[in-house]
Design a protein around this ligand. Sequence first.
Ligand SMILES: [Fe+2]
Ligand SMILES: [Fe+2]
Length: 204
Amino acid sequence: MTTISSVLTINQPHIPDFTNPLGLLVHCHERIEAQLSALERAGEILRAGDTQSLPRVFAAIDGACAHFAIPGVKHTEDEEVSLFPRLRERGGTARDALAAMTELESQHRRGEQLHAEIDELVGILPRDGSAEAKELDRFNELVAELTTLYRPHILLENNFVFPIASEVLPASEIQALGEEMRARRKDILQKLEASRSAQAGRMV
Ligand SMILES: [Fe+2]
Ligand SMILES: [Fe+2]
């Protein structure tokens, strides 16, 4: 369900599509930012001990973890498998981006460790309001570290690496980037198409 919702926005008129892959990557960042904010808000509510909100809070946490587990992983592949190698091939013309990409890749690895730790903690966290203060503190610490990692990371990509890519990559390479991103989501797009067809069938 989450995997389908992650691409529901693609193909809407105001959202970039695969013909504008760099715009789509920026849009993916907005979705990541929204999930980070959801995790931060969830941590605040958990700490406040509002037991009535627990089902809603854990639904938000599960949604964020699912987003980072599938669309988030595909996004990292978009960058590391499809975009960064193309920029590296440009060598001199993308020289300013080379060091940035190495740093971004190391941040991706740290992000993966943090996601694994968060997933593990969320898996054992009691959902009935009986979680210990130290467990909730750990959750909030991990989320704080994740947001501290992601926010400058996203700014560096949006404001530095992607503009360089748009400048140095020829249109054919940008198009190939978009096609690879589309292929990476083929399974999700097929499910989305099937669910839309089923819906249209019910409306007839
Ligand atoms: Fe990245
Ligand atoms: Fe990114």
